[in-house]
Design a protein around this ligand. Structure first.
Ligand code: NAD
Length: 733
């Protein structure tokens, strides 16, 4: 390979007093990544440093980009196959040899971290003797690999274990993938100093160099011991036995090999010398990158998320806009959360309910969240006070004057929603965006309650609003492109991820999660142990157990939605297909008076304080039949397939228009397991676990099998059959 042909991505700047500054600066790129040119440059620079060692006083590593270093190139990683794995393994080992030369140079080496140093970026910093970070919100540090199904294979496991000890490395950096801001990073020991501005950053780095003629890593000094001991130490051995529990807590026992590999790599690298450790961690990484789950996760959590947030679905040609003042109608659970999220983003909020008392109660929710954030040091007293000052509670429509957007969150009732919009349509700004947070009512019909139907749109938030990252935007039949673009911008303004769907009963998210819940409930009706049903959901990777989710939603609400849908289907002249879950729900409500959590009794029992106790023993008495158990894989796949198949139907119906929206919406909105990469990527990457073959053809075969055993609802829809026949997958590109 002709390495001289590639331009260097690392600039060598040498001062008169012998301090070399290595400026990471990939020419023509917006960020530095671990591409082939970088690997060559790092190698060349390391050799030159070793050769010039005697006339160099020290080294400062920094970057000319906004971020310090962006890490591995995910496009390369996602395309690694077993055939190319050895090549990428060797490239990784080459990087580690170069970084090792840097840290054993004998001269002080300092990382001057001017922006984000995540993953590979932080691994470079770990190979330095000292880390100074610039105090800016963009300068996050950490090893978030686990969140993409990866493992820090560039020395990240080996060095953090030697720095923090096995258990603390796992807890603080490796298993959670936390991205630390400068202050938290200092506190957690990820960096050594903070600098107020770029000049101070370099000054502090140079001061470290000036103060030392020599420098070495703690693990290269004689007598170094891993903090907390090696895994053979009895005390650590005791702590280690608690780690699988930590792991289960983090993954819910769900499939997804990254946390497991990280745990194994941390333990093993602690017991061997550094060079062997580098090989060990690289082997564990290779196993991950060649697997389907990691590819799924990179696709969803990086590429799809980026496409969705960048506005692949936002109408082009509409100027970006910002909302200054929003009216939130209804200060209940959702309205209160929406008000908080808007105020946190710097938007003035007028929070209206039927009485000032109710509106104040809604604002109290923000007060509670702010107090908590201050107590935990996540915000300052002043910032919290400013946030609260932006929320004006009221019962008077006149106070809504000048609002440039309205978000309605009153009870789920079409005529009430019509009424509240009539009250305020002429009070707010004449071109205000009109949004409803309905979770089930068709937007086109709701829009009929206002004069400017082109400005009316669905903005479906999820509960709890302050923590849920997704908003589903629903375009009604008469919604204009301008309104869609403004709604998109508003969702981005409050820092959430918008997916866009066309109007339909239940939209995408509410309709699809309904299938998951119904499938779980149907199994109870078939006589399967309720505890097995819950376990199947958890082990498939669902964050919430299925029966507990039904309780949260309320069985009564589920029945109400069913009745409304049934009426609409029949009015449209189509046949209504009952679901086997229906009779279970009906018996639970009518015979056993268990309407769900809000009613104090559902599939679960609830204590006086509303806390969930165990599953209701009556379930076993009235529903469970010995001998009705089915294979565990069938239980899990009935849940996963029911959601995936209906998502394909939604694509066919034109409710969904993008694969990325479906994947992101399913993971971030309704808890479809993250290891799948989302509800359509699950079909693409279907691994034929139950022997049906892989990919779309395997998925189709398995769906037919489930249809034979459990009902026609598993029959693969025509779009899926067509794609499988043509050898296609679900993709936007
Ligand atoms: P909620 O019962 O907690 O709150 C509704 C609020 O609206 C109450 O405070 C009530 O006093 C107020 N209200 C009633 N009439 C009003 C009027 N004329 N003017 C002003 N305020 C009025 O309900 P919620 O759970 O917050 O749900 C609100 C909306 O959000 C519903 O359409 C619901 O379907 C939707 N939604 C709910 C969830 C959820 O998880 N609960 C999720 C997404 C969307």
């Amino acid at each position: 390979m002709d390495t001289t042909a590639r331009p260097s991505t690392i600039r060598w700047e040498e001062s008169e007093d012998g301090v070399v500054t290595l400026v990471l600066d990939d020419p023509g790129q917006s960020a530095n990544t671990m591409n082939a040119a970088f690997i060559d440059s790092l190698d060349a620079v390391a050799q030159r440093l070793v050769e010039r060692r005697d006339d160099i006083r020290g080294v400062v590593v920094t970057s000319a980009k906004r971020s310090f270093f962006a890490g591995g190139d995910l496009r390369d990683l996602i395309s690694v196959t077993p055939a190319t794995a050895q090549q990428s393994f060797e490239a990784g080992m080459r990087v580690k040899r170069s970084l090792r030369a840097l840290e054993t140079l004998g001269r002080p080496v300092v990382a001057a971290i001017n922006g984000a140093a995540l993953g590979g970026g932080y691994e470079i910093a770990l190979a330095c003797h000292h880390r100074v970070v610039l105090d800016t919100p963009a300068a996050r540090v950490g090893l978030p690999e686990v969140t993409l199904g990866l493992l820090p294979g560039g020395g990240g496991v080996t060095r953090t274990v030697r720095m923090f000890g096995v258990v603390d490395a796992l807890r603080t950096v490796l298993l959670e993938g936390t991205q630390y801001g400068p202050v938290d990073a200092l506190e957690a020991g990820l960096v050594d100093e903070i600098a107020a501005d770029p000049d101070e950053l370099l000054a502090k780095a140079r001061a470290f160099v000036a103060a030392r003629p020599e420098s070495a890593q703690p693990w290269d000094r004689p007598g170094h011991r891993i903090p907390g001991g090696t895994p053979s130490h009895p005390k650590l051995a005791a702590q280690l036995s608690a780690l699988p529990a930590l792991l289960r807590k983090r993954t819910g026992g769900a499939p997804g090999p990254a946390p497991r590999n990280i745990l194994a790599a941390a333990v093993e690298t602690a017991q061997v010398d550094l060079d062997t450790a580098f090989v060990v961690e690289a082997r564990y990484l290779t196993e991950l990158v060649t697997g389907q789950i990691t590819k799924n996760m990179i696709q969803a959590f990086f590429f799809d998320l980026q496409a969705v947030n960048a506005g692949a679905n936002r109408p082009k040609g509409v100027e970006p806009g910002k909302v200054a003042k929003v009216a939130v109608l209804g200060a209940g659970m959702m309205g209160a959360g929406i008000a908080y999220s808007c105020a946190r983003a710097g938007i003035d909020v007028v929070l209206k309910d039927v009485s000032l008392e109710s509106a104040l109660k809604g604002k109290a929710y923000s007060e509670k969240l702010c107090a908590k954030a201050v107590a935990k040091g996540r915000t300052s007293q002043e910032k919290a006070a400013a946030l609260l000052a932006r929320i004006t509670p009221t019962a008077e429509a006149a106070d809504l004057a000048g609002c440039d957007a309205v978000i309605e969150a009153v009870f789920e009732d079409t005529s009430l929603k019509h009424k509240v919009f009539q009250e305020i349509e002429h009070v707010v700004a004449p071109d205000a965006l009109l949004c409803s947070n309905t979770s089930t009512l068709p937007i086109t019909a709701l829009a009929e309650g206002v004069e400017r139907q082109g400005d009316f749109i669905g903005l479906h938030f999820f509960s709890p609003v302050d923590r849920m990252p997704l908003v589903e935007i629903i375009k009604g039949e008469r919604t204009g492109d301008g309104a869609l673009a403004r709604a998109f911008d508003l969702v981005r303004q409050i820092g959430k991820t918008p997916i866009v769907v066309n109007d339909s009963r239940g939209f995408f998210t509410s309709r699809v999660i309904g299938h998951f819940i119904d499938e779980g409930v149907a199994m109870v009706g078939e006589g399967i142990e309720p505890a097995s049903v819950e376990q199947a959901a958890a082990q498939a990777g669902y964050p919430a157990k299925v029966l507990s989710l039904m309780d949260e939603l309320a069985l009564t609400l589920s029945r109400k939605i069913r009745e409304e849908t049934k009426r609409a289907v029949q009015e449209a002249g189509r046949t209504w297909e009952p679901h086997p879950a229906d009779h279970v729900v009906d018996r639970m409500i009518d015979e056993f008076e268990r309407p769900g959590r809000s009613g104090g009794a559902g599939f679960y029992e609830y204590g006086e304080d509303g806390r969930r106790a165990g599953l209701w023993p009556g379930l076993r008495e009235h529903f469970t039949k010995p001998g009705s158990e089915i294979p565990f894989a069938d239980m899990q796949e009935r849940m996963l397939f029911s959601e995936a198949l209906d998502t394909v139907r939604l694509l066919e119906e034109g409710v969904l228009t993008s694969v990325a929206d479906a994947n992101i919406g399913s993971i971030f909105g309704i808890g479809f397991p993250g290891w799948t990469g989302g509800v359509l990527q699950y079909i693409n990457g279907y691994d034929g676990g139950a022997g049906a073959g892989a990919g779309l053809p395997g998925f189709v075969a398995r769906a037919r099998e489930l249809a034979d055993r459990y009902g026609e609802r598993f029959t693969p829809p025509p779009l899926l059959l067509r794609k499988a026949e043509r050898g296609e997958t679900f993709t936007d590109f």
